[in-house]
Ligand binder design. Structure first.
Ligand SMILES: Cc1cc2nc3c(=O)[nH]c(=O)nc-3n(C[C@H](O)[C@H](O)[C@H](O)COP(=O)(O)OP(=O)(O)OC[C@H]3O[C@@H](n4cnc5c(N)ncnc54)[C@H](O)[C@@H]3O)c2cc1C
Length: 381
């Protein structure tokens, strides 16, 4: 067992920390206050090769491993949660289904536009009536000669509003349940495809989250991603990888909360001394540091298993659950350590707290993570 990062990943960590510190972090308050989408952050990430980080060079990627992706997502999210979520969704939800299940032509035409940073795209699973119970989705795709006709609605789709396309999970055979779902690409501009407004959210305000409406949208069969009836299985496998991303995002937000807390505790004086001298504050810092380190190791383990081609679903669910709840505690305590200033919008910790809340909901809630883990451990015993 080796706990050292590879030379390549150390270099990636240095590069991403530099971009995070010099380009992304200075903009984070403005992004939170205005809800503006931070295009300039993604230009910097694209220029440095991060928009296709884990995909092969033949598709415009950088060929790095999943541990590198955890490192990058942590650093980006520590600087700006909105940029972190958009980045995580880009790599693990927009790119992944095309890379793993797309045809060669789809990889060349769609995946390469994502890895270059030219396009964003959405991953459309959730609907108004179905989130956790994803197999209950109602969007319908009916075959018509060489085309498909799509009717329905998606909700909460990250980057749907800025995406050049969305991959939509739709029921192609209602009699087959989860085996009757097929994934299709709907492009911006397709007749009958309407993108709803950006949802007002409690945090992650610079990440664009939209409802998408499909009315008699006609797409050719060449826009089908993967086999007919395999859509649900593909999306579930995609979400296994996505859970590593959301865990890494939480880790970044939690680490930023710890870093700000350490700096503040050394600077703030009460009762004639720095508050860092008080054991009650030290205990909080110790718990935050310990839990975030455990989360980081769990994420690296899940990432290493994925790269080794081994089953990683249980570890990804555990890492996502643990990291998001550890970050919840870290961002909560960061506000406490900052006292009244923690409650002020002048300091970043209230934003970190709001931004992190999503990590316990998106790509499977904490309740669903416990369900996934429990099913696995019961099966293993
Ligand atoms: C900012 C944001 C971005 C998102 N981005 C995307 C995206 O890009 N693409 C996409 O497809 N979706 C996206 N989502 C949707 C997200 O994945 C869902 O919100 C999430 O899966 C929960 O589904 P739900 O909101 O329908 O909650 P529900 O499923 O209605 O759950 C409500 C509550 O019931 C609990 N619950 C439900 N079923 C069970 C059960 N069997 N056992 C115990 N408890 C249960 C849940 O844990 C939760 O506490 C996004 C959501 C947000 C907020």
């Amino acid at each position: 067992m080796n706990f050292e990062l590879s030379d390549e990943n150390r270099l990636i960590r240095e590069t991403i920390r530099d971009i995070a510190q010099n380009v992304i972090a200075p903009n984070a308050k403005h992004v939170d206050e205005t809800g503006e989408f931070p295009y300039e952050n993604f230009k910097a990430l694209a220029d440095a090769g991060f928009m296709g980080l884990v995909y092969p060079e033949e598709y415009g990627g950088a060929g790095a491993d999943t541990v590198a992706y955890v490192i990058a997502t942590e650093a980006i999210s520590a600087a700006c949660g909105s940029t972190g979520l958009t980045y995580a969704a880009h790599i693990s939800l927009a790119c992944a289904p095309l890379y793993y299940y797309g045809t060669e032509a789809q990889k060349q035409s769609y995946l390469t536009r994502l890895t270059s940073g030219e396009s964003f795209a959405g991953f459309g699973l959730t609907e108004p009536q179905t989130g956790s119970d994803a197999a209950g989705l109602r969007t319908r795709a009916v075959r018509d000669g060489e085309d498909w006709i799509i009717n329905g609605q998606k909700m909460w789709i990250t980057s749907g509003g800025i995406g050049d396309w969305v991959i939509v999970a739709a029921v192609s055979d209602p009699d087959k349940g989860s085996k009757g779902i097929t994934n299709l690409i709907v492009e911006r501009g397709d007749a009958g495809y309407v993108i709803g407004k950006n949802e007002p959210k409690m945090g992650l305000k610079g990440s664009v989250t939209s409802s998408l409406f499909f009315e008699e949208v006609r797409v050719p069969d060449s826009r089908r991603v993967g086999d007919v009836g395999q859509g649900f299985i593909q999306f579930m496998k995609t979400l296994d990888g996505g859970r590593i991303s959301i865990g890494a995002m939480a880790l970044g937000l939690g680490q930023a909360a710890l870093d700000h807390s350490i700096a503040y505790a050394k600077e703030r004086v009460a009762f004639g001394q720095e508050i860092a001298n008080f054991q009650a504050i030290q205990n909080k810092l110790a718990d935050m540091a310990m839990e975030l380190e455990a989360a980081r190791l769990m994420l690296y383990q899940a990432a290493a298993l994925k790269d080794a081609g081994k089953p990683f679903g249980k570890q990804a669910a555990m890492a996502k659950l643990f990291a998001s709840e550890a970050a919840e505690r870290a961002t909560f305590q960061a506000i406490q350590i900052h006292g009244g200033m923690g409650y002020s919008r002048e300091y970043p910790v209230e934003r970190l707290y709001r931004d992190n809340r999503l990590t316990e909901i998106g790509e499977g809630t904490s309740e669903i993570m416990r369900l996934v883990i429990a099913r696995q451990v019961l099966r293993e015993s």
